[in-house]
Design a protein around this ligand. Sequence first.
Ligand code: KE4
Length: 419
Amino acid sequence: MIERSKELFERGKKVMPGGVNSPVRAFGSVDAPPRFIERAVGNKIYDVDGNEYLDYIGSWGPMILGHNDPIVLAEVTKACTKGLSFGACTEPEVKLAELICENIPHVEMIRMVNSGTEAVMSAIRAARGFTGRSKIIKFVGCYHGHSDSLLVKAGSGAMTFGDPDSAGVTKGAAEDTLLASYNNLDSVENLFKEHKNKVACLIVEPVAANMGVVPPAEGFLEGLRQLCDENGALLIFDEVITGFRLAFGGAAEFFGVRPDLVTYGKIIGAGMPVGAYGGRRDIMECVSPLGKVYQAGTLSGNPIAMTAGIAMITQLLNDKSVYEKINSLGLHLAEGLKETGYTVNNVGSLTSIFYTEEKVESYDDAIKADTRLFSKVFAGLLEAGIYVAPSQFESLFVNTCFTVDEIDYTINTYKKLLK
Ligand code: KE4
């Protein structure tokens, strides 16, 4: 029974584009109406009709300790009594910045913003300001938020100059964005050769998770590091998904490759509206008011969001067994899903099942997956109380609150639906 969700969706469609505030939530590519979520705790969410689901989205990754972690909730509740926003400097923003910079070697300085999009947009501007160069390299199928120069993918055949992937993104905004193929170092080397000394930075999801999970091939990240060094370009790891999840130091620690800049999203705010970019001190010192790269935001460093982040990140710092737990749960899920005979990619607590029997090591492999079958399975999972991303091209996220029995229930449900 999902009458209230349906009613809210109809009302929403009258006053918000598609009835949503972010497109993926409209369930546009699956055979089911969106669920309106009323509350969540641990690894479960509850919709407005009272249905319970095992939550494999977790607000797209930040709920590593589960929803409404008691320590985070207590700290946020306390902070709210002091006021929600001042538009002024506060102690929590200094404490969160210290927590990150003192414990992640490649983040020497950091700037808080309000979303992953804003973090990436600002990091790109800092890279362009620091290098004095204009071109950026991104990978087809990697998603870095919706700022104009990142909302780009290869037009048909135009594999080197991006064509706008969205109406409203002008040719001018897209023409400095060069497109490479994920896990293909030659495609990157060719772009550097064609645009000698013009590339400011290369941005990559160190584990691609927006084409479904596609791990970096052996030597891929190391190769990007070398190519950036050889060409005077900055290497940016977009760790909005992998940061603080694959390891405390994110994918950079997990794979042992040092980026020049990293971007974070909601994960450093325990799911609150936060983002950040940071890295080498000499680059970050180019950012206003210290340097000439302007970037600002009323809500940047919001005290409630910072308090939430401090409460969660302190726990992750003090109890590294969290990573063994979520990585082993992720592996257990992946091994079980492989028994369906379909392709499963897994890195730590990130997993995707692709409805193909072929390997999926690139965007071109990923788009061959059977999305119609995905949609059918998705609807069946919802009916069984299992809430996964409403798109083939996302990840399944586990958190510390999952039990092996719940993972096994999930695996068995997939097997039944795929019989
Ligand atoms: P936000 O602006 O949505 O906070 O972050 C943008 C972003 C940047 N970089 C990466 C690697 C990301 O995955 C994202 C956002 N991810 C999507 C889900 N894959 C957010 C969900 C949505 O768009 O509603």
